[in-house]
Write a protein that binds this ligand. Structure first.
Ligand SMILES: NC(=O)c1ccc[n+]([C@@H]2O[C@H](COP(=O)([O-])OP(=O)(O)OC[C@H]3O[C@@H](n4cnc5c(N)ncnc54)[C@H](O)[C@@H]3O)[C@@H](O)[C@H]2O)c1
Length: 292
């Protein structure tokens, strides 16, 4: 491809972005519209959804606002998208809320329930409502997990919800392939309202650095690629931030003996050797067969 050539386009396609009234979702919506998509802008907050749709139209793009909650109103939101042109080509599950609290036994169950509802059930509900329409267009789903799943202080409920999205994405991809849908997930990082709420960093040196190098717009190119019909892979987790992108892999150390608790202690204390990337449970079993 010649340098500067633009060949990823969405002309005639409809793409829904949840939580697109602010931050990362707004940036996704704007770039998708720049590439020819009719973008359906969902947000719980009707005012910001309408503002973003208007912003896109003012810039010459096509957009429709579809306010609503990603769990309770999932069917209605997908219905709004189908009303646009009778089709849905991609779903970007982005809506979410900030959560930054130490693990507190008295409220832990209620907090996980609340956060999981918005992030995880929201992703599942929109995916379920969109499934049949996406199967018709060989559609794409882009879910939003978080680097918090690798371990982040004061993030237990948030990481539990995002970890569930990671497992949902990798498992769903296997079934999505049967009906021609591709589903991948991103781990973004950007200086948005959520980052400020979670990190309490407003005005600090870190904040200035984040604003300069990690704008919300820096996530959108990767998501636009993942939402397009150019994406060839399925079930991948992609870290993207600061105008860079990378595959995130799960890997195992070499399998060593664990016939007794003491042997397990010994094996796990000094695993040694290289890492084997596992794409799924089947690959993990295959790696085990080598040593069995
Ligand atoms: N900002 C980061 O560094 C970061 C890091 C990892 C993951 N993420 C994830 O990226 C996504 C976007 O985050 P952001 O930083 O742009 O946050 P943001 O707060 O700027 O935007 C989130 C949007 O989602 C909307 N929303 C919340 N609950 C909703 C619901 N029930 N239904 C519909 N819309 C709802 C909000 O109104 C808001 O406009 C979230 O899923 C977040 O968890 C963000």
């Amino acid at each position: 491809m010649a340098p500067g050539q633009v060949d990823i386009r969405f002309d005639g396609q409809v793409v829904l972005v949840s939580g697109a009234g602010r931050g990362i979702g707004r940036a996704h919506a704007r770039l998708l519209a720049d590439r020819g998509a009719h973008v359906v802008v969902n947000d719980l907050d009707r005012d910001v959804a309408t503002e973003v749709a208007q912003e896109i139209q003012d810039a010459g793009g096509q957009a429709t606002a579809a306010a609503g909650d990603v769990v309770d109103d999932a069917s209605a939101i997908i219905g709004n998208a189908l009303d646009v042109g009778g089709r849905l080509d991609a779903l970007v599950n982005n809506a979410g809320v900030a959560w930054d609290q130490p693990f507190t036994p008295s409220s832990a169950v209620a907090e996980v329930e609340r956060v999981l509802r918005i992030h995880t059930l929201g992703t599942v509900a929109l995916t379920a409502a969109a499934w049949d329409a996406l199967a018709v267009t060989n559609g794409r789903i882009v879910n939003t997990t978080s680097g918090a799943v690798t371990g982040l202080r004061n993030s237990t409920a948030y990481a539990a919800a995002k970890g569930a999205i990671l497992g949902f994405t990798r498992s769903l991809a296997l079934e999505a392939a049967d009906v021609g849908i591709r589903v991948n997930a991103i781990m973004p990082m950007a200086r948005t309202r959520m980052y400020e709420l979670a990190g309490g960093i407003a005005g600090s040196d870190e904040d200035h650095w984040m604003q300069q190098f990690f704008p919300a717009e820096a996530i959108a190119p990767t998501v636009v690629f993942l939402a397009s019909d150019a994406v060839s892979f399925n079930g991948q987790v992609i870290e993207t931030s600061g105008w860079t992108t990378a595959h995130v892999e799960l890997a195992v150390t070499p399998y060593l003996a664990a016939g007794t608790p003491e042997e397990a202690r010994e094996s796990l204390s000094s695993p040694g050797g290289g890492l084997t990337v596992v794409a799924g449970l089947a690959e993990m079993l295959a790696a085990k067969m080598v040593v069995s």
